[in-house]
Design a binder for this molecule. Sequence first.
Ligand SMILES: C[S@@+](CC[C@H](N)C(=O)[O-])C[C@H]1O[C@@H](n2cnc3c(N)ncnc32)[C@H](O)[C@@H]1O
Length: 296
Amino acid sequence: MSRSDRPAASNRRLVALDGAGTAAAPGRVWLVGAGPGDPELLTLKAARLIAAAQVIVHDGLVSREILEMASPGARLIDVAKRKSRHTLPQDDINQLLVAFALQGLDVVRLKGGDPFIFGRGGEELLACRAAGVACEVVPGVTAALAASAGAGAPLTHRGAAQAVTFVTGHAAHGEPDLDWPALAKANQTVVIYMGLTTAGLIAGRLMDAGRDGATPALVVVNASRADETRHPTTLAKLAEVAEGLSGPALLIVGEAMALALSHSDGSREGGNPSGLSVASDSAWVPAFAGMNGSSQ
Ligand SMILES: C[S@@+](CC[C@H](N)C(=O)[O-])C[C@H]1O[C@@H](n2cnc3c(N)ncnc32)[C@H](O)[C@@H]1O
């Protein structure tokens, strides 16, 4: 998109200030959740703020359709932070938001999913607070909700999933420090964000801690987008299935994933005109085939 400009390392500070100082009346920063990609999953409030923003600072998971909702005069800045494609360090993003607001501009910081679910929204909020800049948060549909809805596999399900936990599969310094014995207990769903490359390690830790290797699992890539793919499997085969996949993906482990759509019913109302790709390992089906509402 031509309006989108990506600041190069050499002009990072210039992007924020453009020769201006601070304004008499500071602007405001909105931390806005853009949802998982499908523009129809955007909240009405998010859509209104995007259309009204003077500056939109967005990350790489925000879809093009959503960015096109910005006003023609808005300035769009991509601070994409995908692994191995870092554009701006988090501290610089914080400073950028504050600097624009101090110029009197209303800034939308547009983030994939929800700003407070593995989105570093908390750090941006604190930076604004420290600078005396008003900052409000607009929640978004986090990827786990879209992945589960698309697959028709609930994250909680009476008798099969009494809790759901969102964890990260990727820590800043190596392996995430998680309570594996707690996560290994049956009848709960574990959703792993940023876990595609650590799927083997995560599955190993869960099984070592006692989670049954036959527990249903699901990998969803590009949830809610036209190119969404779903890969039902088992915990024991999670790493094998994850290998070779790319793109934003969630790993979901739990008995309720037995309800995920398989080959034969792989359609999704209102979406995916290009057709859904479902790679299925049906090893778990016999063990969990009896699961339905009446048996819980
Ligand atoms: C930095 S986290 C941001 C999460 C985001 N704040 C949210 O609430 O969904 C990025 C990770 O979220 C997950 N993710 C985001 N969008 C996704 C999508 N459309 N489909 C599958 N996973 C997604 C992936 O695990 C990805 O690596």
